[in-house]
Design a protein around this ligand. Structure first.
Ligand code: AMP
Ligand code: MN
Ligand code: MN
Ligand code: MN
Length: 276
């Protein structure tokens, strides 16, 4: 089966490698179809496409849009988008707005928890200051010794109910799916196993997503356990959704799963790339 890796991040959002470095790494790891899916931002696509072409790697443009649904953050990946589409470009600009202010509120909560200087500290890790996010704060918390790793930071800080969590209104589900479709892309529910939803809520999310024109769901992702590969394969078959596969790679020292190294999709699924 084609080694497709359709979810990863560059330093244009909260990854640590440049798009060109990711293209080289994907090629070296045997990826046959690659997408860059930075959070709420298309600024890395041109470099990613040119670098992929330079190393002979098939590429599709992607994005991972932050959405608020039922009061929780849900991520929707768009694949095969035209990154110049004005509706998508304007929509993403509106989602990015407010990150600086949110960052200041995160920093003031961290200061109350005994960690000063977090706004400037996090900004040092944000190559693109428009996209200041929790991963950059987590890197600063590792730097000051609050926790040994980024993953452990999220067990004690920055997550809902912990110091440094600031609720934020991201895009509406209908809008995110609509922008992706406007740009000629396919919308995919990212890492469905990560959301704090009951089975009934997850069904409701899938129903709403489909009603807006969403087509796919990540089945094999770096965020899922092998048991979840099977359970979300069943859900994809049952709901008639296309299945996607992606590492969600953020960087060599932070990600458990390297780009292009996940197992193949379970059988009986239609891959999201089936007609590309
Ligand atoms: P933001 O969009 O600023 O809320 O940041 C969300 C990002 O934080 C995600 O895309 C992940 O990269 C990172 N993140 C969230 N939860 C965790 C976690 N439990 N472990 C590691 N990284 C996480
Ligand atoms: Mn991220
Ligand atoms: Mn995500
Ligand atoms: Mn991601």
């Amino acid at each position: 089966m084609l080694n497709a890796d359709l979810h990863c991040h560059s330093n244009v959002s909260d990854g640590t490698l440049a798009p060109a470095e990711l293209a080289a790494r994907a090629k070296a790891n045997g990826v046959g179809l690659w997408a860059l899916t930075d959070h709420d931002e298309l600024g890395g696509i041109a470099e990613a496409r040119a670098s992929a072409s330079g190393v002979g790697l098939r590429f599709v443009a992607g994005v991972e849009i932050s959405v608020t649904w039922a009061g929780k953050t849900v991520h929707i990946v768009g694949l095969g988008i035209d990154e110049t589409d004005p509706v998508l470009v304007a929509g993403l600009a509106s989602v990015r707005g407010g990150r600086e202010r949110r960052g200041q509120e995160i920093a003031s909560q961290l200061e109350q928890a005994g960690i000063p200087g977090a706004f400037e500290g996090a900004l040092k890790y944000a190559d693109n200051p428009d996209m200041l996010g929790r991963t950059h704060f987590a890197r600063y918390l590792v730097e000051v010794g609050a926790q040994p790793t980024v993953a452990e930071v999220f067990q004690h800080y920055l997550a809902e109910g912990k110091p440094g969590f600031v609720p934020h209104a991201w895009a509406k589900l209908e809008d995110a799916v609509g922008w992706i479709r406007s740009a000629g892309g396919r919308a995919v529910i990212a890492h469905p196993g990560r959301y704090p939803f009951s089975a009934i809520q997850l069904d409701a999310l899938i129903d709403a997503f489909r009603s807006f024109g969403g087509e796919g769901i990540e089945v094999v992702t770096g965020s899922h356990t092998p048991d979840q590969f099977d359970s979300f394969a069943r859900i994809a078959r049952h709901a008639g959704l296309l299945a996607s596969r992606g590492s969600d790679f953020h960087g060599p020292s932070e990600s458990r799963v390297d780009i292009g190294t996940l197992p193949p999709l379970p059988s009986g699924l239609t891959p999201v790339w089936h007609d590309w």
